[in-house]
Write a protein of this length. Structure first.
Length: 110
């Protein structure tokens, strides 16, 4: 079944450079990590009333993550966030993993 309005299927994986313990203490390497964003399709972003750079909230009953949107060519009703990056610790914060249905909403009070 398709996710209902206000929800999306969570896609997530670890970035090459993230909060991994093997990078602890190497500020120069950490400084090259990609910034954390929430990737949405154009249709999903439009449904939420958000655009590139606007904040979006991804949440479950356990917690929420707020990240800027990056509109990306991808399936509708899917949200991708990095699994273990600064500002996005999916398993710890949301208690969810890839394939989970999560709540999504604009974080800008629109």
């Amino acid at each position: 079944p398709a996710p209902r309005p206000g929800t999306a299927v969570l896609a997530t994986w670890r970035q090459l450079l993230d909060l991994g313990s093997l990078q602890d203490g190497d500020g120069h390497l950490a400084g090259t990590a990609r910034p954390a964003v929430a990737r949405l399709s154009k249709i999903t972003a439009t449904d939420l009333g958000v655009d590139d750079g606007d904040p979006v909230v991804v949440g479950t009953d356990r917690g929420e993550i707020t990240l800027p949107v990056a509109v990306t060519e991808m399936p509708d009703r899917v949200v991708w966030v990095p699994a273990n990056s600064s500002g996005s610790t999916v398993h710890r914060t949301l208690g969810a993993g890839a394939g989970s249905v999560v709540e999504i909403r604009s974080g800008g009070g629109k």
